[in-house]
Ligand binder design. Sequence first.
Ligand SMILES: Cc1cc2nc3c(=O)[nH]c(=O)nc-3n(C[C@H](O)[C@H](O)[C@H](O)COP(=O)(O)O)c2cc1C
Length: 202
Amino acid sequence: MKIDPQELESLAAYKLALSLIVPRPIAWVGSRSPCGTDNLAPFSYFMGVSTKPPSLAISVARGRGGTLKDTAKNILETGVFTVSMASYALSQQMVATSAQMDPDISEFEAVGLTAVDGELISAPRPADALASMECRLVHSHDMESTHLLVGEVLRYHLADEIIREDAKGHRVVDLQSLDAIGRLGGREYCRVNESFKIQPQK
Ligand SMILES: Cc1cc2nc3c(=O)[nH]c(=O)nc-3n(C[C@H](O)[C@H](O)[C@H](O)COP(=O)(O)O)c2cc1C
């Protein structure tokens, strides 16, 4: 089957892309409004884009009526944000933070999560997250329906229990311990705790 994306109405285009581009890691993004309200929301249009400097990108679509979602508004106004990896143990709370809430309501309080302030930036992260990154906005691209936001990672916060050394003594995150979840199409998720190895051909 060939599909011309131009012919799809927006919900159909959304559903097709979400079910096709899988699995997607979930950035659980913490930001703060200029008047000091903490915000937390998940974004699965998320990827690492560089390791030097360590950088990541998220895409924040416009909300209803074309208005900016709180996350995009806060990041564009303050220039900083945190990204935490969503683990299975916190998956219910992660989804709860995706509910549309008034800008003066903190999702942390609404879903019962403790916020920890950044060490280098003024943006919150969930205290219970096993892995978080403090980021500074280095690039924003307004794609009309969406803002692509690129952040440089200034600091990693990693729970000791998720770190192990690999065969060469490098610190790496242990897959089982992080127990990250990924987003699939619709309301489906996967649990990233199974893997297999492929040795490169010599
Ligand atoms: C797992 C998950 C992934 C999501 N990914 C995105 C995304 O990549 N881009 C986006 O604009 N919204 C995404 N959403 C929806 C936002 O989380 C939602 O619009 C939220 O209310 C935005 O919050 P804010 O207004 O506080 O920024 C996702 C929701 C869930 C549950």
